[in-house]
Design a protein around this ligand. Structure first.
Ligand code: ADP
Length: 550
């Protein structure tokens, strides 16, 4: 960053750095009795308050200091959503070290790769992940110790890891007499790796400043709209871009927090919603699929669940309609990415939209939404020329702002910005009111005869068919057109539809040349570590598929 000019007259407000520790300190002091409830991997429920969380986070900060962890050192976690993970969030970053949340669904080799790349000093892990840690421990060159997040009674009698420490012992043997250090808000706070569908994963290194600003911005009414009257359950994992910032935005709002642990099936999520009075939740579409199916099959309604944020991949309109029309749950479609902390846009209506009928409103709500203050965006053509916001013309989506990446950790990939903007790799339209709609990821877009076919539209139409549970559209090589769309479909249990019937269902809904050339039916689609369909795997699987149009 070039240094900025100084004004001869500077503002005279306190210059308190924006630090993550201050969020928990605030929650403990001003909403001290608000609850944090966790379903533990041990099988039982755990409940305590922000006040107690703050106390234990300070004990952990002392413990980490005792283990030799210093400012800037990386400390990793391999854990579900739970109170101990939250304590680590605050103790590690709050003490000036860097929290590296690892996606446990990655292949163990990849976990070892990113731990070495990050040079993690310690790994805090849930009981569930002991086998992963045992498999990689010998390969983690910089890791001095592994801390199992359980009490003494649950420690294994023996383990392949020689330096296995007990979390509760550590906490209990340290006092909560700890003052959070004050330091430059631009210091590194947390580290997340992209999923690395192509090549090795790259690290996004967030700062205290970027994290606190993101927490402020994402809590606003047009965004996640979190308040002290809410009970919030982040279903999105704390290892998936810091659970979209909820471990920060919820405490600063004073809301009750509910953590689902490892139980993310429809029944477990439903029961926790009901038992704890969850009003608001957030997750990727695949999670809601399980919950909706469970509620429908058992003829259940939600008593308190009123609002959900769905993002990470496009929310199928059929899913949105079910949640709103059948269950009375407001759906906020959101878009973002690891490199954006992750929030970029959220879709809520403006007052002028309230006059529109149901379908008119739904058309808007299905878009990925409006920029949250803190994020600026634009679409450009292949030459980098900005395109108009007409809601029709699509181009490469670029973003900038104080919680958007400037470079990857260890400068992997070199200079990633284009004239100060970050290229998202998504293709989108923006309408005159500033609502953005993703057409596709640029690597998923189908190039047919020099034109682009967006796969999200095709998938959404297929999923609106009552017999279709999931659909993914990929490009398959075609001698004349380069690529043509192939639709891969998973049917709902007990439902049938033929290839011809499904293709007829597209009639009048898209331009004729967008119509998939073929449909294949399969039992399941490959899903990656963050719950998204892995189109690269599908492309591999069907690369020899012979289209009937050839
Ligand atoms: P990865 O998928 O590689 O783990 P991210 O979780 O950061 O990485 O994913 C970011 C990407 O996910 C975006 O660039 C976009 O392509 C896609 N995405 C996120 N939210 C949405 C959404 N609401 N609609 C469509 N695509 C989305």
């Amino acid at each position: 960053m070039p240094s900025l000019p100084m004004s001869p007259l500077m503002g005279q407000m306190m210059s308190q750095p924006l630090l993550i520790s201050n969020i928990l300190e605030f929650a403990a002091r001003h909403y001290g009795a608000s609850e944090i409830v966790s379903r533990r991997v041990e099988g039982d429920m755990h409940r305590y308050t922000y006040r107690e969380c703050h106390q234990r986070a300070r004990r952990l900060a002392n413990a980490l200091h005792g283990l030799g962890v210093r400012m800037g050192d990386r400390v990793a976690t391999l854990a579900w959503n739970g109170y101990r993970h939250l304590e680590a969030y605050y103790a590690v970053s709050g003490s000036g070290a860097v929290l590296h949340t690892i996606n446990p669904r990655l292949h163990p080799e990849q976990v070892a790769y990113i731990m070495n790349h990050a040079e993690d000093q310690y790994l805090l892990l849930d009981l569930t992940f002991l086998p992963v840690a045992e498999a990689i421990a010998a390969h983690c060159k910089t890791t001095k110790g592994f801390i199992l997040m359980c009490d003494r009674a649950r420690m294994p009698a023996e383990s392949k890891i020689p330096n296995l420490l007990c979390y509760e012992d550590l906490i209990n043997s340290h006092s909560d007499d700890y003052s959070w250090p004050q330091f430059d808000e631009n210091a590194a706070a947390t580290l997340c790796y992209t999923s690395g569908t192509t090549g090795n994963p790259k690290g996004a290194l967030y700062s205290h400043r970027s994290t606190v600003l993101h927490a402020y911005g994402s809590a606003m009414p047009n965004a996640l709209n979190v308040s002290s009257r809410d009970t919030v359950m982040p279903v999105v994992p704390m290892f998936h871009v810091n659970a979209w910032g909820l471990p920060y935005s919820v405490p600063l709002s004073g809301a009750k927090l509910v953590f689902p642990g490892a139980a993310l099936d429809g029944k477990s999520v439903y029961e926790l919603f009901e038992n704890e009075g969850v009003t608001f939740s957030a997750g990727v579409p695949t999670v809601w699929l399980g919950l909706i199916n469970y509620a429908k099959q058992n003829n259940l309604k939600f008593s308190t669940f009123r609002r959900t944020v769905i993002g990470g991949s496009a929310c199928p309109p059929a899913m949105m309609n079910t949640l709103i029309d059948d269950f009375g749950v407001e759906v906020v479609h959101a878009w973002g990415m690891t490199e954006m902390s992750p929030l970029g846009t959220t879709c809520t209506l403006m007052s002028k939209h309230l006059e529109l009928d149901r379908d008119g409103q739904r058309k808007i709500l299905q878009k990925q939404g409006h920029a949250v203050y803190g994020v600026d965006m634009k679409i450009v053509d292949d030459d980098g020329k900005e395109l108009p916001w007409d809601g029709v013309g699509y181009g490469h989506l670029l973003v900038r702002g104080p919680w958007i990446i400037a470079k990857y950790y260890k400068e992997e990939g070199g200079d990633v910005l284009q004239d100060g903007w970050f290229p998202t790799g998504d293709v989108a339209t923006i309408d005159p009111d500033g609502y953005m709609q993703i057409t596709d990821r640029s690597k998923d877009v189908i190039k047919s005869g020099g034109e682009w076919i967006g796969t999200i539209d095709l998938e959404n139409i297929a999923m609106a068919h009552p017999a279709v549970l999931q659909a993914a559209c990929i490009g398959v090589a075609h001698p004349k057109w380069d690529e043509r769309p192939l639709l891969v479909v998973v049917l709902r249990p007990g439902q049938q539809v033929s290839r011809e019937e499904l293709l007829l269902f597209f009639d009048g809904k898209i331009a004729k040349w967008w119509l998939p050339d073929d449909v294949v039916f399969t039992d399941a689609l490959p899903v990656g570590g963050t719950g998204k369909i892995q189109k690269n795997k599908l492309r591999d699987q069907y690369k020899e598929h012979k289209l009937p149009t050839i």
